[in-house]
Design a binder for this molecule. Structure first.
Ligand SMILES: [Zn+2]
Length: 107
């Protein structure tokens, strides 16, 4: 028999008493499992709170130094960002210029 996870069912909304349905809720760009009621009240799954926290931590701006190796320039990716999205050494990324002040890194 398949074990039913708490995320599979509806929850009673503590705000209006209605039924909150399970869905993904965007928190700081992270898709977190939770419930949303038609009144707008949202609850996050307790097991996913750390994921939301890591994404919030990773959105703090950090100053990093640009260094040079050969003909290329390097910047480091702060640990908070790596932890939030699970970057590993030797992963590939796409880098391009968005505008005069913005370099995009897509992983
Ligand atoms: Zn409600």
């Amino acid at each position: 028999m398949k074990k039913k996870k708490i995320e599979d069912g509806t929850l009673e909304c503590p705000e209006c008493g209605g039924k909150a349905k399970p869905m993904k809720i965007s928190v700081a760009g992270a898709e977190i499992s939770g419930w949303r009621c038609s009144c707008g009240y949202e609850m996050l799954s307790p097991g996913e709170l750390e994921k939301a926290y890591l994404f919030l931590q990773a959105q703090k701006h950090e100053r990093v130094k640009i260094s040079k190796r050969g003909n290329s320039y390097m910047i480091t990716i702060p640990k908070a960002i790596a932890d939030a999205i699970g970057i590993e050494s030797l992963d590939m990324a796409e880098v391009y210029l968005k505008d005069r002040k913005t370099i995009m890194v897509e992983v």
